[in-house]
Design a protein around this ligand. Structure first.
Ligand SMILES: *Cc1c(COP(=O)(O)O)cnc(C)c1O
Length: 410
């Protein structure tokens, strides 16, 4: 997208606003499926939690992607977007048996990640095929919050507990049709991933009726110039070779699955905000914007880096700025960044704002969540309205119990 497209969107729909460029999502999808074109049966399930707007889910559906979901609500969003239940996999962690049964009754593939639920589910529903999430205990992932495959992780059934799994399968007569792992986000080293894959292949040999092996996700995308990203093409070549030889060994053509979130949508997104105040102190120049970590929490939460550009003055002389939000506690998006000169009223754009940005937004400080716009074939489509005051109050119950001191809420 060009700066003028983004500026026009900020003008038309106001700020702050999230913008997603569909062509980037499509090219990422094609890049990943292209890297695995020599796999006969490939399935890419988009991880809904990264960005769950219905328009995005419809776009994924049109590309042929399935969905990876972590809550019954995400499943319902997928169905509402027209995705077939057979194209959805449910990979929750720590949810109740009831929720898993509810999703299973919709015809969605269930992926179970603990022995207790596996036994309970298998006993009650021995005919429903189930996928198992194993934990290969391989340390991957960009930081400790998003690294989920290590030994202390709450995710998956430890590979050291395969005998337990087999005992449950035998006792219940249930059918295991898939094996899954997800080692965490931001995988830098392909070899580490391939090593974890070997553990998955070893595990798979214990099960006779597999339809698929799901390798999870965690592909790293560049967040700033010079950033390392997962070399998808090299990875595709290496894993394809290994997977195809495994299928031969296994005696059956099974499906190779992934469930990318960040890889598909991160770079498609821009978050646009207006600069309210430029504040020069003795040591720093702050640019205060009409947003905060209520709308984009990643810098404060994960220490994530988002490139920031001043799209109102892209060619201006660069100066150093700290970009801060309006939340009444420390609320820093970036410290001492070189950005072309900022004036009050300028629109700045955060890059990589497609994944885990809007989907983590909240109403903290009683602010409205932003609008979302999809840029598709050269046109801007509003895909979520900015909230209004009623959104803050609609679920609140107005009690009239403080006789004298009752404040009127209007
Ligand atoms: C979050 C998640 C993903 C997506 O991870 P990305 O790093 O966004 O690609 C995939 N699978 C599972 C089970 C997840 O929890």
């Amino acid at each position: 997208m060009e700066n003028e497209n983004l500026l026009a969107i900020a003008k038309e729909f106001g700020s702050p606003v999230y913008v997603y460029d569909s062509s980037k999502i499509i090219s990422q999808y094609n890049r990943l499926s292209g890297a695995f074109k020599k796999v006969k049966r490939l399935k890419l399930n988009y991880a809904v939690k990264a960005l769950s707007n219905l328009a995005i889910l419809k776009l994924m559906n049109s590309l042929g992607a399935g969905l990876d979901t972590v809550s019954v609500q995400e499943v319902k969003l997928g169905l509402l977007a027209g995705v077939k239940p057979s194209n959805i996999i449910f990979t929750p962690n720590g949810v109740s048996l009831e929720e898993i049964e509810q999703v299973s009754a919709m015809g969605v593939q269930i992926n179970i990640d603990n022995l207790s639920i596996l036994e309970q589910f298998g006993t009650k529903h021995p005919k429903v095929p189930v996928c198992i999430r194993v934990n290969p205990h391989v340390m991957a992932g960009g930081n400790s919050n998003i690294s989920v495959g290590h030994i202390d992780s709450k995710f998956g059934i430890s590979i050291h507990q395969i005998p337990h799994i087999l005992r449950i399968v035998e006792n219940t007569g249930m059918n295991i049709n898939g094996i899954h792992m997800h080692t965490g986000s931001d995988i830098l080293d392909i070899e580490v991933f391939l090593y974890a894959s070997e553990i998955l292949f070893e595990t798979a040999k214990n099960f006779e009726n597999l339809d698929f092996i799901d390798f999870g996700s965690g592909f790293k995308v560049p967040y700033k110039p010079g950033d390392i990203e997962t070399n998808i093409e090299e990875f595709g070549e290496k894993l394809t070779k290994r997977f195809n030889s495994f299928c031969k060994e296994y005696g059956k053509e099974i499906t190779l699955g992934f469930e990318p979130g960040k890889f598909l949508v991160s770079e498609s997104g821009y978050f646009l905000a207006n600069v309210n105040v430029v504040k020069q102190t003795t040591s720093t120049v702050f640019a205060g914007i009409d947003s905060g970590f209520n709308h984009l929490i990643r810098p404060m939460f994960y220490n994530s880096h988002h490139e920031i550009i001043n799209i109102s003055n892209p060619e201006g002389k660069e100066r150093f700025y700290s970009i801060v939000g309006y939340i009444c506690e420390t609320d820093t998006f970036a410290t001492n960044r070189r950005i072309s000169e900022i004036k009050e009223g300028d629109i700045i754009a955060f890059k990589n704002a497609g994944a885990y940005c809007f989907s983590m937004a909240s109403n903290y400080n009683s602010r409205y969540r932003p609008a979302e716009v999809l840029w598709h074939n050269g046109e801007a489509h509003l895909i979520r309205k900015r909230e209004v005051f009623e959104d803050l109050t609609k679920n609140q119950v107005d009690v009239d119990i403080f006789s004298k001191e009752a404040a009127s809420v209007s």
